[in-house]
Design a protein around this ligand. Structure first.
Ligand code: ACO
Length: 225
């Protein structure tokens, strides 16, 4: 994904982390340069967020500069600093993470309420998919956040993403939930060892579903459940 400005001064390494200031961590410059960086980062985030939404068939982006500004989300951007016809660099992908308080059910129907790190948006530009870029971005996030893939919840994963998780992390056993988040069976192994699951919830999964289901699922294939 190209821009009509040079992105290299904003991206000191192939993967940069963005929080709600929109300014990359290692950016240095005077006030004018900082303002320009802010404008350019907004443009970058809006454009790649829109591309991600199109790729997932969503009606509107779930990642935009405005949404990042008003959140505590962490956005990782993958770039090729020497890419593009003018060698001004190109943006290849995004991965957005955030914490959510979730009620999750294990296979036995036991419930746990837990502040859970979630994958909220993940996208690699069409020209670069299936070349390891997604895995590079994902591995960077796991190390940065000091977390394992099975400890994450995923907001409405697409079929491509489910294949990705199966291929790179051997994650395939989805435990059905009443919300639009997906967790794998190993998620509960860790919790049972550390904290113990709560007894069966006093309400049934169906009773509680209306509290949790706010959006339709995105691309889930029923045979995977
Ligand atoms: N069909 C099936 N599996 C795919 C496809 C595809 N078109 N593309 C990637 N994968 C999976 C496969 O397991 C593939 O391995 P394979 O080529 O041996 O079959 C593996 O991902 C490739 O791994 P990477 O190259 O590291 O991943 P990539 O750079 O392609 O990034 C991503 C993966 C982000 C899912 C990318 O395919 C993409 O952007 N897809 C479109 C948007 C999307 O679906 N995003 C996830 C939405 S859900 C959410 O964000 C919470």
């Amino acid at each position: 994904m190209e821009f009509n400005f040079d992105i290299r001064s904003y991206f000191s390494s192939p993967i940069v982390t963005i929080h709600n200031s929109l300014i990359p961590a290692h950016f240095q410059g005077d006030k004018r340069e900082l303002n320009l960086c802010y404008q350019h980062m907004s443009e970058i985030i809006d454009k790649i967020g829109a591309a991600s939404a199109i790729a997932q068939g969503l009606q509107k982006p779930i990642t935009s500069a405005l949404k990042i500004l008003n959140s505590e989300h962490t956005l990782y951007l993958l770039t090729d600093r020497n890419g593009g016809p003018k060698k001004h660099g190109v943006v290849i992908g995004l991965l957005k993470m955030g914490w959510k308080n979730l009620f999750l059910f294990n296979k036995a129907g036991e419930c746990i309420e837990r502040n859970t790190l979630c994958i909220l948006d993940f996208y690699v530009h069409e020209s670069m998919q299936r070349m390891g870029c997604g895995n590079a971005l994902f591995e960077h996030m796991l190390q940065d956040m000091k977390v394992l893939a099975h400890q994450l919840a995923i907001d409405k994963p697409s079929q491509k993403f489910l294949c990705f998780l199966n291929k790179h992390y051997g994650l395939s056993q989805i435990v059905p939930q009443n919300n639009h988040f997906v967790v794998f069976s190993q998620f509960f192994d860790d919790i049972s060892k550390k904290e113990g699951m709560k007894k069966k919830a006093p309400w049934s999964c169906k009773d509680k579903a209306s509290d949790f289901v706010s959006k339709p699922t995105r691309h889930l294939h029923s045979q995977l459940w």
